[in-house]
Design a protein around this ligand. Sequence first.
Ligand SMILES: Nc1ncnc2c1ncn2[C@@H]1O[C@H](COP(=O)(O)OP(=O)(O)OP(=O)(O)O)[C@@H](O)[C@H]1O
Length: 610
Amino acid sequence: MNMNPSMMQQQRPKSKGSIWAMYKRMFFHVSSRWPLMIAALVCIIAVSLLEFVIPQLTQYTIDHVIPGHKYDALPMIGIGILATAVLLGLFNYWSSLTMASVGQRAILDLRNELYRHLQKLDVGFFDRNRTGDLMSRVTNDVNMLQQLISSGMLSIVTDLFTFVAVAGYMLWVDWRLTLLVLATFPFMIMTTRFFSKKMRFSFKRVQESVSEVSSHLQDTLTSIRLIKSFSSEDYEVRRFADRSEANMNANLGAVKLRAVYEPIIDLLNFIGLAAVLLFGARQTMHEALTLGTIVAFMAYVRLLQNPVKRFSRTMNTIQQSAAAYERIVEILGEEPAVREKEDAVQLPVVRGEVQFRNVSFAYHNGAPVLKQFNLEMRAGEMTALVGSSGAGKSTIAHLLTRFYDPQEGEVTIDGYPLTEVGLKSLRSQMGIVSQEIWLLNGTIRENIAYSNPDAEEADIIAAGKAANAHAFIMDLPDGYDSQIGERGVKLSGGQKQRLSIARALLKNPRLIILDEATSSLDSESERAIQDALARLLAGRTCLIIAHRLSTIRQADRIYVLDKGRVIEEGSHEALLEKQGRYRQLYELQFPQRDETDAKSVTTGQGKPAR
Ligand SMILES: Nc1ncnc2c1ncn2[C@@H]1O[C@H](COP(=O)(O)OP(=O)(O)OP(=O)(O)O)[C@@H](O)[C@H]1O
């Protein structure tokens, strides 16, 4: 079941996505790099102080150098301005560099934290959320924060420092003129507060629309064969265009807000400037101020307004980051439903005795799948599950691997409840060969060794041979180093299956879960797979989800399921004799075969070595 990003938000408690919380978390990520931060701060202070020098030199030139005809002071003033400009450049360069390196490190940490957290979440979480949306959060949303840290954070600190220093100095020079300028600030704060909320909302829409685009890409590019086979390219192009347009509209909405907000701040700045000019001109005419002071004061007003103007632009980045941050904390705030207890027992090597006791289970918001379900698997035996599609067979395998926890009842292995044991110690003893074959982009060797990364080359080849895969692997141009493509697209169905068997063999698990493929293979590869499977199953406890009854005649115990309940149970022969559901299913699959024939098959011939 998929849900869009806004659905994900409705489900969760409202996250504390405030700007302060965002800064606190980002500060936590950079706190260990305090020497670099102090270096950046020193540079910032130096920049702010140096900003004063040029207006001071201007005032000195107008008030003293020009009236006094001090020609010999001019070269020194020129050198002073040049030196200040060079130092300003250097300190700006150092502060940008140090803050960028601190910021990039924080982003790296955050992205890794997010990915680590995603890896901890349970399978149910991934059922409910779209891969494209999650990808967009880890890439696009984290990138948004990158902007905040590398440029936004620096400019806020610089601007704040400059603002306080300049305002303090101006108050000292002429408090009345300064108060005139500062009178416009409450209006700026009100305007900023008004727009910041709207901007955040608008940026959230932008980020969500990006995630819609990303989800669509993920869905369709991974299903390109489906699209081609139904000739639905044009349909998908139209759907993509709709999502792209929604993204464009969301972006335009954000731009519109910014386009209104910035001119309002500029207007307030001009009002402040005009007030200083008019009042200052009067004072100068009354000779209460020197011409140099008023010129220098106008420069200070600019210095004071620069950070305000810059801040109004940074606001954009801050709100964009805050919207992205909200989407990131939504995931970080998500708790895994399947969790390992702190005092979890590390499971010793198991015999493989499994019990399902009164287990009831439903998927998230779904109808009950298992109701008061009981099942027993004996160590070293083969237990098979049969039943109509949707009866709950794969669900039983999911509960055994603890991909999900049941709402009622318990599942135990060798008497240990699964909820009490370490997840790694449980899953490391299980091998899953599923009808949906999970392969990663990479080489054949990497895919086989995924179950045991420390495996020796000889073991990998032995697994390949035991899985009847060695011959086809050696026929490939690069043998075990051949690339198999995304999800193994370069391999046939049967080859993929044999690779997954080789991977399970290399793991050498105590317990095997075989969710049998329904796909019909040609008889040669079917025999190759059956042989490989027989080797995999030999000597282990096995749970087989059978679609073809021919493969489970040799099972020690067969459970027949219907709508999440066991309706029959026993050996193949006993179940055939019952003349119940199993027999019905059997006759459906083998319509020509009579009972005697069926029995003769089950009692010997064709039974794989176990
Ligand atoms: N991840 C999931 N989220 C929600 N519902 C699910 C999920 N997986 C399965 N279901 C539902 O649970 C029920 C049992 O599914 P399950 O896959 O266990 O059946 P099955 O017996 O293995 O079927 P089949 O033989 O077709 O593979 C079905 O109704 C299915 O729609």
